[in-house]
Design a binder for this molecule. Structure first.
Ligand SMILES: [Fe+2]
Ligand SMILES: [Fe+2]
Length: 137
């Protein structure tokens, strides 16, 4: 069974982001298990939950970036928007084709690689700025 270990994700400097990243891993792991069990209805539901999670997770980061006047806000938000649009297109594709192996590949490769890389770069830097801002005020 393909599962991502939450410990594989780097920890950032603020807890609300770590909590969101942990939840993302759990949702991805549940989806991968349901895909492997060929549970189409659960997969459809899991995709909606993952979309809702990502929307809220990204919005929480964006709200904090505005609060601290984070200079690369536009760049980080742009990356969130790109990933949300990609997920919406994948959900559409799933609803049309119910292609388990395509969706499994998208989640276990594209999404996981993106998440690890994004947490390591944009989220880590953003978290450091939030921590410094709050420490200095
Ligand atoms: Fe994040
Ligand atoms: Fe982010």
């Amino acid at each position: 069974m393909t599962q991502l270990n939450p410990a594989a994700l780097p920890k950032v400097a603020v807890d609300f982001m770590n909590n969101d990243h942990h939840e993302a891993v759990e949702l991805i792991n549940t989806l991968l298990a349901d895909i492997e069990a060929k549970e189409a209805e659960k997969v459809t539901q899991g995709l909606q939950e993952f979309l809702q999670h990502n929307t809220a997770h990204f919005a929480r980061e964006e709200e904090q970036m505005i609060r601290i006047n984070f200079p690369p806000y536009g760049c980080h938000k742009g990356e969130h928007e790109r990933v949300l649009a990609e997920l919406e297109a994948e959900i559409q594709h799933w609803q049309e084709e119910q292609d388990f192996s395509h969706l499994h590949h998208y989640l276990s490769e594209t999404v996981v690689n993106w998440l690890v890389n994004h947490v390591n770069t944009m989220d880590s830097v953003t978290a450091m700025f939030i921590q410094r801002f709050d420490g200095a005020s």
